[in-house]
Design a protein around this ligand. Structure first.
Ligand SMILES: Nc1ncnc2c1ncn2[C@@H]1O[C@H](COP(=O)(O)OP(=O)(O)OP(=O)(O)O)[C@@H](O)[C@H]1O
Length: 308
């Protein structure tokens, strides 16, 4: 099957500055794909190139098998920018009808699709003008308008960044519902969002993809590097002092309770064996030992040096 998105060796320079530096990317059709990177990593630039809003300096880019500027793509794509803007005096229905007219949808299809999408995005029955909408409502209308033409790929730039937790959940559930029908490509710096809804992920850093693939595969491939252990003992601070500096311990932080430590370890299996021995040697009592695979956050921090 043709990939939804296939990018190879993508380079974008601004003057002397190499903002994208040989970026490779493959997104399967029907997947919910998270394009993850810290601020300035190159996400928006990549998105703009995929949508033919910016030109690349080198490399190949195919969207549904076409060059981004191919006019055949126009009807096949939907896009919602990070801060969607609408005329303040319009209602959601008027926004949808205006967008439908750009695709020359017949009146019946416009009405049917508008009803469906306003229902899907929780805006059915909202008759007020867009100017009074909350950010979450605007974002949902942005997604609805981007779906009016039943696109094969929906592009979203940081769709949840400006939203409160409830607004984020609603938008993420909405993206999940599109799985299998529409390829969803969304850029974000929010790791929990990716963990919640994505099948596949690419982590971009310094204009390159540093890890990519199905979420489980990325976790397995890079999760072995660092895992986590939650450990509860009767004297956490003595254990903390003893563990600090050991070669298999990459970091120790206090956890939620005073008797619990969160350990970042270089090898989860080795640590699970060594830790009880350390606790016994100190004459402490082990109350809990809970190994955890590296989260996407551990992987992200390890690969991009975020927070360094
Ligand atoms: N028109 C431009 N001229 C010069 N530099 C630019 C231009 N657009 C973007 N950049 C630079 O390219 C780098 C990548 O920017 P980009 O917006 O793609 O990052 P991003 O991953 O989307 O981050 P953010 O979440 O902050 O938007 C940044 O360092 C940015 O300053």
């Amino acid at each position: 099957m043709t990939a939804a998105i296939d990018v190879s060796g993508l380079v974008k320079t601004y003057g002397e500055r190499r903002v994208l530096d040989g970026l490779d990317l493959r997104v399967d059709q029907g997947s919910v794909f998270g394009f993850l990177g810290a601020n300035g990593a190159g996400k928006t630039t990549t998105l703009r190139i995929l949508l033919a809003l910016a030109r690349h300096s080198a490399g190949t880019v195919r969207v549904l098998g076409h060059e981004p500027a191919d006019p055949r793509l126009r009807a096949l794509l939907g896009y919602c920018p990070d801060v969607p803007g609408f005329p303040a005096w319009m209602t959601a229905r008027e926004v949808m009808e205006t967008c439908a007219s750009l695709f020359r949808l017949p009146a019946r299809a416009t009405h049917r699709r508008t009803d469906e999408l306003l229902e899907l995005t929780g805006l059915a029955g909202v008759d007020s003008r867009v100017g009074g909408y909350s950010r979450g409502m605007r974002q949902r209308l942005g997604i609805a308008q981007a779906l009016i033409n039943t696109p094969r790929i929906l592009f979203l730039d940081e769709p949840t960044s400006a939203l409160d937790p409830l607004g984020r959940r609603v938008v993420l559930e909405l993206l999940s519902e599109l799985r299998g029908h529409t390829t969803v490509f969304f850029s974000t710096h929010l790791l929990p969002d990716v963990e919640r809804v994505c099948d596949s992920v690419a982590i971009v850093d310094g204009g390159r993809v540093v890890a990519a693939g199905p979420l489980a595969q990325v976790r397995a491939a890079y999760g072995g590097v660092q895992g986590r252990l939650l450990v509860e003992v009767d004297d956490a601070q003595r254990l903390r002092a003893a563990l600090t500096g050991l070669p298999w311990v990459a970091g120790v932080t206090d956890d939620l309770t005073p008797s619990t430590l969160a350990l970042t370890v270089t090898d989860l299996d080795e640590a699970t064996v060594r830790l009880p021995a350390e606790v016994t040697a100190l004459g402490l009592r082990l109350r809990r030992l809970e190994p955890r695979d590296a989260s996407l956050e551990d992987i992200f921090v390890g690969l991009t040096g975020a927070g360094r």
